[in-house]
Design a protein around this ligand. Structure first.
Ligand code: EPU
Length: 460
């Protein structure tokens, strides 16, 4: 792009110290500069929010450490406060949650949180145990498919919950209390597994859950529940066995690191030909990602306090990736990595098997010069390891294609971060709008970009 474009003029204005009139939901990125330096990742969004809900189950205060400063955490804190949980901030990234005065919240107040997150569905079991009733507003979260809650509701019914669907959400009661259940999930859903755990720990009797999700964040949630007094066994073949107890206390826990954020910065290092030390990342929870990174030609070094990721200047290689439940390749890792794959020499394929609509973000990458074709019905290439799912999709990425700047709007959390990476890797300027979605799951990402030497304009 020439300096004569509107964005170029804005950059000139920036150089002379003037504000350029961006909203706090927009960023202009001047791409083509490798990201280099060290950033820290903190507690996982997909654990911290659930750990906060778990505190509701206890009779005593809980202390959660390593809490990330992201908007999903603030949404859950707001909902807990509505239900009488007293939340105070300790030093640094420590949150203290006191559930001694849990109370029924007013439905209109809860309703104000409708659409802002999917976490409220996990309040069902804890609220039924504490109050005998619950109201859950319509859910939000990223627009990446239908994301139904049938597994959650079926499981809750098995525990004895009575569910009424209302226009504004769902209302639950447990006239005879909640009892242990024998449940087999149709798919190892992360959320439904958490739902069962958070309900079974205080249910009367034993619960066997088959076909459970076993993501590291779930194991961390089980550790938290055990600290509170729960009795939970993870058995072979995705079976989790829970012996209900009379009451639970509090916990003091350091949240597991955010492996999705770590993978996103790793992808940024590769796409921008940079070198990023991701402090706090741990090898054991990222092994599948590291294998794919190595196959593409990305370099990494595992250190005691994190993992360093870099591009060594050699050509990148194409790969075939099938997203899957843990220990497979996480669906959340594919969007950031697709940007790096636009620079690989040859044809890569991503089979998205977890969500039915998580490849829409690629159209904006095509606008920036990528060559990506999405197959809405999926693709059978004869080399599959993950079972073919009915509604899966595939993206075929042909590279290398130079990327150029463009104006793009963030569609969802991970897709949005992939646009940041693409803009950082592209020649010229890009404007990214609807930026707020990224703060749902990436802590202080603007500060981190600054630390890594990115060239951008952002006006808070
Ligand atoms: N599903 C159903 N019925 C249900 C529940 C799930 O059909 O009742 C389907 C979903 O539609 C989807 C599949 O099962 O096709 C997997 O969904 P899952 O329940 O495992 O996902 P989730 O709990 O809603 C969490 C993360 C996602 C992450 C997935 C998969 C949170 C808040 N969200 O979602 O994270 O992609 O597990 O690992 O923990 C993100 O961080 O950007 C994100 C979307």
């Amino acid at each position: 792009m020439s300096d004569k474009t509107a964005e170029g003029l804005k950059l000139d204005a920036k150089k002379s110290g003037q504000r350029v009139g961006l909203t706090s939901d927009e960023i202009i990125i001047n791409g083509g500069r490798p990201l280099r330096g060290r950033i820290e990742v903190r507690g996982a969004k997909n654990l911290a929010t659930k750990a906060m809900v778990a505190a509701l189950l206890g009779k005593k205060k809980s202390v959660l450490r390593n809490v990330p400063n992201i908007s999903d955490v603030r949404v859950v804190a707001g909902l807990l406060a509505l239900h009488g949980v007293l939340i105070t901030r300790g030093k640094n990234d420590e949150w203290i949650l006191d559930p001694s005065n849990v109370e029924v919240a007013h439905a209109p107040d809860i309703d104000a949180h409708a659409g802002s997150s999917r976490i409220p569905i996990l309040f069902c079991g804890p609220l039924l145990h504490r109050l005998g009733e619950a109201f859950i507003p319509d859910l939000g979260g990223c627009r990446i498919g239908d994301r139904p809650i049938d597994f959650h509701l079926d499981a809750l019914r098995e525990f004895g919950a009575v569910i009424e669907k209302l226009p504004s959400g769902i209302s639950l009661t447990a006239p005879n209390g909640l009892h242990g259940a024998n449940i087999e999930l149709p798919y190892p859903s992360v959320g439904a597994t958490e739902q069962v755990l958070l309900t079974a720990v205080l249910a009367k009797g034993q619960t066997e859950l088959r076909n459970a999700a076993i993501e590291p964040e779930i194991v961390d949630l089980i550790c938290i529940l055990q600290k509170m007094g729960a009795i939970i066994t993870i058995e072979a073949n995705r079976v989790i066995f829970i012996e209900g107890v009379e009451e639970l206390g509090g916990y003091n826990h350091k949240a597991i690191f955010d492996r999705n954020e770590a993978a996103s910065w790793a992808a940024a290092a590769l796409a921008t030909k940079g070198d990023i030390m991701v402090g706090g990342a741990r090898q054991e929870d990222m092994m599948t990602f590291l294998n794919a990174y190595r196959k593409i030609g990305g370099q990494f070094e595992v250190l005691d306090d994190g993992i360093r990721f870099w591009h060594d200047g050699e050509a990148l290689k194409p790969v075939i990736i099938e997203t899957d439940v843990h220990p497979g390749f996480m669906t959340d890792w594919q969007q950031p990595l697709v940007v790096a794959l636009t620079q690989a020499e040859g044809v890569s394929t991503i089979h998205e098997t977890v969500y039915e609509n998580r490849l829409g973000f690629t159209s904006a990458l095509n606008k920036m010069g990528a060559q990506i074709v999405v197959h809405e019905q999926g693709l059978d290439d004869g080399q599959r390891r993950v079972m073919r799912r009915e509604f899966e999709q595939a993206a075929v990425i042909t590279g290398p294609t130079p990327l150029h700047g463009a104006e793009v709007e963030v569609p969802d959390l991970r897709g949005g971060f992939s646009y940041l990476i693409a803009a950082l890797a592209a020649e010229g300027q890009s404007k990214i709008t609807n930026l707020g979605i990224i703060s749902r799951g990436y802590e202080n990402f603007i500060e981190k970009l600054r630390k890594l030497g990115a060239d951008f304009i952002f006006e808070a």
